[in-house]
Design a protein around this ligand. Structure first.
Ligand SMILES: *Cc1c(COP(=O)(O)O)cnc(C)c1O
Length: 400
């Protein structure tokens, strides 16, 4: 048995995406900047892909810049926007639950003299637009708030924040890497100037993504060289990767809503089974304003890492927090920012469903989970003094 429930970390390539990509590793290998036919064919294919990505998010093709992924798109958006408006001084508004691609970029800028407000969220991981309103100053040069959180799936109130940003003429960026392809997205409705997405989170290849740059938004390139990507991002295009992203966007456009309903049903089924199997559990994330595929659960008296390892031994792949921080044993910064206690955060596991998952897999997962959780709780290394100790014998927090 091999069940993959870690789609927020990455997704398998859709078979049709791979088929679309292969010719560009073979006869279609031309450099899009070349003027001969090899080049022109590659250029045309890249531009078609640009159109498909634009269509998925309600943008114009000329507003899409291909990058090496979500991380680079976030870096380009944030550094590019604030460095283009430096003359205003520099205050950046973001949230405490961003992906590291945004968080660490903002911390870097903080070290370089920018002032950064890392806004808090409530217990559901939801940001209050009024906090954004209050944080805005005359020196604010960028607001960057993620669309949906990667660990708990909470969907943020971008429309309200977008209105504030427009009123004050402040560029508004969103990291939509987790939401593109999972929920319908329209950049106009959201009111964003900049939006990051990544192919490998929507059944495309790794190493390619895109930044939507609304026409007229001032951005300084972060990679210098040739004139590729409308002068926003130098370097010979990852042609096959871009074609793959285009195909993934085309598939997502037609599937998002129906697939969202299916995944939501499966996810809620898993949650019901988890609650039925007894023991104290808690849902992390917003009960309703949440990605349809994401379920983050805190299991009382269980260490998340042990649960992940034991489930893996039984063929079920899940994760604690995000892929970037797993293995660190530090509790998730997202859960801590939501006010979840460190010990409960350490007992939290993320199930993120995707296209290949079936109901049978969900029932199998629930069965295995029930067994593994019961065993871990029985053998839970609780010391007399009430300290929970990890399987390595290290003390990891108070008894909950
Ligand atoms: C995965 C992810 C990223 C990084 O995207 P890469 O393409 O892996 O660089 C950024 N933000 C969020 C919310 C993500 O989930």
């Amino acid at each position: 048995m091999r069940i993959y429930l870690d789609h927020n970390a990455t997704t398998p390539i859709h078979p049709d995406v791979l088929v679309a990509m292969l010719p560009y590793y073979r006869r279609g290998f031309g450099n899009p900047s070349s003027i001969h036919r090899f080049g022109r064919e590659a250029r045309q294919a890249v531009d078609e892909a640009r159109g498909k990505v634009a269509q998925l998010i309600g943008a114009r093709p000329s507003e899409i810049v291909f990058t090496s992924g979500g991380t680079e798109a976030d870096n380009l958006a944030i550094k590019g926007a604030v460095l283009a408006r430096e003359e205003k001084g520099g205050h950046i508004i973001t949230s405490a639950i961003e992906h590291y691609a945004v968080l660490v970029t903002c911390q870097y800028l903080e070290k370089r003299g920018f002032e950064v407000s890392f806004l808090p969220v409530d217990h559901d991981g939801f940001l209050d637009p009024d906090d954004v309103r209050r944080a805005i100053t005359d020196r604010t040069v960028l607001i960057s708030i993620m669309h949906a959180n990667h660990e708990v799936g909470t969907i943020e109130p971008l429309e309200e924040i977008g209105k504030l940003a427009t009123e004050r003429d402040i560029p508004f960026h969103t990291d939509a890497v987790q939401s593109v392809g999972k929920v319908p997205i329209d950049v106009g409705t959201l009111g964003v100037n900049l939006l990051s997405l990544s192919a490998h989170k929507l059944y495309g290849p790794k190493g390619v993504g895109a930044l939507y740059i609304r026409q007229g938004t001032k951005i300084l390139p972060q990679v210098y060289g040739g004139h590729q990507e409308l002068n926003f991002r130098a370097g010979t295009e990852n042609v096959a990767g871009i074609i793959g992203l285009g195909k993934a966007a085309e598939i997502a456009l037609h599937k998002t809503e129906v697939e969202g309903k299916r995944l939501c049903w499966l996810r809620d089924r898993l949650w019901e089974r988890i609650k039925e199997s007894g023991g104290s559990v808690q849902l992390n994330g917003h009960p309703t304003r949440r990605l349809p595929n994401t379920l983050n659960v805190a299991f009382d008296l269980v260490e998340g890492e042990s649960l992940v390892i034991n489930l893996d031994l039984r063929g079920v792949a899940v994760s604690t927090g995000s892929a970037c921080t797993s293995g660190s044993l530090e509790p998730s910064h997202v859960l801590l920012a939501m006010g979840v206690s460190p010990s409960i955060a350490r007992g939290s596991v993320r199930f993120s469903l995707g296209m290949e998952n079936t109901q049978e897999e969900i029932e199998d997962t629930a069965n295995v989970l029930e067994e593994v959780v019961r065993r871990l709780r029985l053998t839970s290394p609780l010391n007399e003094d009430g300290m929970v100790t990890s399987s390595y014998g290290r003390s990891i927090g108070r008894k909950v």
